[in-house]
Design a protein around this ligand. Structure first.
Ligand code: NAD
Ligand code: LMR
Length: 327
């Protein structure tokens, strides 16, 4: 095996998303079929989760994955993130039925202070961070606020599940293959306020709005269906989405490693598309050799601007709620 292994730290590794994620990373679906990996798995340092983590590691061993060079199992963030090239922050409490995302803000936020500090202190110089644990746009801001060494563009949060959901719903409505739907990007928060920008989406290379031919459906059915899909899954399954979330994280990381790929990522807005400069908002990015550049060229109409303003307000409100965690 000639390539140097990539160290992938995963938090909440014994949880539901972890169980749907780790085997796919180890089989090469995230970083390539010729790329060896070392998994550095973090769980809370208490008996139950640590025991469950051992069980997951036993199963990983039993898969005899040729690319899986080593595993670290730990309850210590400084060990989990040591020299890590990718830090996948999944571990945190999910919503249960009837819960609002705001209920998670303070509880989960605290986790990301300690993890942001540890990443900045011990992760590799090229470390990149992808936050999944909710509310992910705000948790990534908390983690990034701890960084003194790593620049803020290394910290991203996941809105790729929303992009995938949005493409699937357009394909279903138009009665076409998912492969015919392109240019659908997610703006703003991973929450019901997100804006799945159907105004620039394409179906079979034509404007999606023309192909669908039903503006009222796009505005009044499509957007809420995509925005509230997480809650609908929780209602149906009694549990938060896990396999589709893990799949989206594989997409998020893989596409951030393939130059030229354009996809939705929550990044520090720096004022783009009218977002508050300090919030992490979903927007289209193009992967480059060393990172990404935001695509800033989409012209938004008044409807799109009003949707972006709403999701921006929510992000600013979340930031305000946890401002004591940013110090
Ligand atoms: P889960 O409860 O099954 O697993 C979470 C795991 O994290 C548990 O094993 C728990 O012990 C562990 N954990 C908690 N605090 C930790 C800490 N400080 N360090 C390390 N591990 C810790 O939950 P899940 O279904 O895997 O979901 C995980 C998170 O992902 C939730 O916050 C959920 O809301 C979020 N999520 C986000 C998206 C998205 O699109 N961004 C989609 C689905 C789920
Ligand atoms: C999802 O989108 O499925 C998750 O973020 C779960 C949630 O809380 O909505």
């Amino acid at each position: 095996m000639s390539k140097k292994p990539i160290r992938v730290a995963v938090t909440g590794a014994a949880g539901n998303i972890g169980y749907a994620l780790l085997f796919r990373i180890a089989s090469g679906e995230m970083l390539g079929k010729d790329q060896p990996v070392i998994l550095q798995l973090l769980e809370i340092p208490v008996e139950g989760p640590q025991k469950a983590l051992k069980g997951v590691a036993m199963e990983l061993e039993d898969c005899a994955f040729p690319l899986l060079q080593d595993m670290v199992l730990t309850g210590d963030p400084n060990e989990a993130f040591k020299d890590a090239n990718w830090c996948l922050l999944v571990g945190s409490k999910p919503r249960g039925p009837g819960m609002e995302r705001a209920d998670l803000l303070k509880d989960n936020g605290k986790i990301f202070i300690a993890q942001g500090k540890a990443i900045d202190a011990v992760a590799a110089d090229d470390a990149r961070v992808a936050v999944v644990g909710n509310p992910c746009n705000t948790n990534v801001m908390i983690a990034a606020a701890q960084a003194k060494r790593l620049p803020s563009d290394r910290f991203t949060a996941m809105v790729r599940l929303d992009e995938n959901r949005g493409r699937a719903q357009l394909a279903k409505k138009a009665g076409v293959s998912i492969n015919d739907v392109s240019d659908l990007y997610i703006y703003g928060n991973h929450s019901p306020t997100m804006f799945a920008d159907f105004t620039h989406a394409k179906i079979g290379g034509k404007a999606a709005a023309d192909v669908i031919g039903d503006e009222a459906w796009l505005k009044n059915d499509y957007l809420p269906t995509v925005g509230k899909r997480g809650a609908a899954i929780i209602e149906a399954r009694g549990l938060s989405s896990a396999a589709s979330a893990a799949n989206a994280l594989i997409d998020h990381v893989r596409d951030l490693t393939i130059p030229g790929t354009v996809h939705s990522v929550a990044v520090k807005s720096e004022g783009r598309y009218g977002f508050n400069p300090d919030v992490w908002a979903g927007m289209p990015v193009k992967t480059t050799a060393n990172g990404f550049e935001v695509i800033e060229s989409f012209e938004m109409d008044d409807f799109a601007k009003s949707k972006i303003a709403l999701t921006n307000d929510e992000l600013v409100g979340e930031r305000e709620t946890i401002k004591d965690l940013l110090a």
